[in-house]
Design a binder for this molecule. Structure first.
Ligand code: WQD
Length: 349
């Protein structure tokens, strides 16, 4: 029996695959590699010493999905595949709504057809209504996404809730990510954004390694301890382990539930800059720029529900988050497309 990991080639996906394999699960990966690299999958095999099937296909192609379920004994799904850039989603809403929502409907339709009704879904803290007053954020906090990307996640959460209401055999775990950062300690897998990164930590990495000249800090007049935005950064390995804990819960029960995956601590942009400078030993030049549209001042999680119900707690601190991010960046200055030492190429399928 295997876990089907959609989007298993991505930043979160590769780390989730490593944790699943390390916990003894058999996995099957499906990814269209539109925003990821087969090299990342090859490296999952290097890290774990295990192998598994990969299907390069789009979840919009139902026939291909049926083939995957016919050819494999799938017991559950971890659904990570989806477009995730807030900025791009405001420019290309059709792309985001079509891809994120239709692919989820397709995967659930095929799961139902094969009587597979256990799914863990990758959602986001952007489903919460913006607020600077009520922090930390718990799962019963008011919902209200402010961008197309977040709205696709919210619509999918409602769809999954309706699915659960329609058939009590479904077991659904919704994971609301805060700010995933860092990389596996091996430095073999990590965040490899295409083009100029939108998110803070991959941008810091590019400045530290000299690929970008200066960091623009979007606003230093927020009502925070140093005026810059505060977020809940969580190590991607902690986040990936949260998926294993959620899968174990989903396997042992039915119904639907939502969990915040965050540390419960907030750090400001300036704190992140200083931590990254310590981790990299490099100076990070920065300039203060105007606030970014859609940003809130403060956003961090109350992770107690995941602790109490899943037995999961984020363990890795900020220093290691920055050290592991820098280690990945140093080892892979051009991400997965750079020159690889021969052993990695040997693993190409
Ligand atoms: C963090 C802080 C910025 C870049 C986004 C998505 C969210 C999730 C995580 C998918 C903010 C500041 C950033 C820069 C800066 N992704 N910043 N200069 O916006 O909290 O969340 O990524 O689920 O959905 O919304 O993350 O890393 O973009 O910003 O000053 O060049 O860093 O203003 O305070 P964010 P981020």
């Amino acid at each position: 029996m295997a876990v089907l990991v959609t989007g298993g080639g991505g930043y979160i996906g590769t780390h989730v695959c490593v944790e699943l394999l390390n916990h003894g699960y058999d996995i099957v990966v499906v990814d269209n590699f539109s925003n990821s690299s087969v090299e990342g999958i090859n490296r999952v095999k290097t890290i774990t010493g295990k192998t598994f099937k990969i299907y390069q296909t789009d979840l919009l192609h139902k026939r291909k999905l049926i083939d995957i379920f016919e050819q494999n004994s799938i017991n559950s799904v971890i659904h990570l595949a989806g477009y995730k850039s807030v900025g791009e989603s405001t420019e290309k809403p059709i792309k985001y709504y079509a891809n994120n929502i239709i692919s989820t409907i397709n995967i659930c339709e095929i799961m139902k057809k094969f009587d597979v009704k256990k799914i863990v879904f990758s959602s986001s803290a952007t489903v919460y209504a913006p607020s600077n007053n009520h922090q930390p954020i718990s799962e019963n906090f008011p919902l209200g996404a402010t961008n197309p990307y977040g709205r696709t996640k919210l619509i999918i959460e409602h769809f999954l809730s309706d699915l659960s209401q329609s058939d009590s055999d479904w077991s659904i775990g919704i994971l609301r990510y805060f700010n995933p950062v860092g990389a596996h300690s091996s430095g073999l897998i990590g965040e490899d954004p295409k083009g100029v990164p939108n998110n803070l930590v991959p941008y810091l990495a590019r400045v530290a390694i000299g690929k970008l000249p200066v960091l623009s800090i979007f606003g230093n007049d927020y009502p925070t301890m140093d005026g810059t935005g505060v977020r809940d950064y969580i190590h991607v390995v902690d986040l990936a382990q949260g998926h294993v804990y959620a899968l174990q819960k989903v396997e042992s029960t039915t119904g639907i539930d939502r969990y915040n995956l965050g540390t419960g601590k907030g750090y400001s942009v300036l704190e992140m800059v200083h931590s990254y400078e310590k981790a990299s030993g490099r100076k990070i030049p920065y300039e203060i720029a105007p606030r970014r549209k859609g940003d809130v001042a403060i956003c961090y999680a109350d992770p107690s529900k995941a602790r109490n119900e899943l037995g999961w707690v984020a363990k890795i601190g900020l220093k290691e988050m920055c050290q592991d991010s820098w280690n990945w960046q140093q080892n892979n200055p051009n991400g997965y497309e750079g020159d690889h030492p021969s052993p990695l190429n040997a693993l190409k399928r």
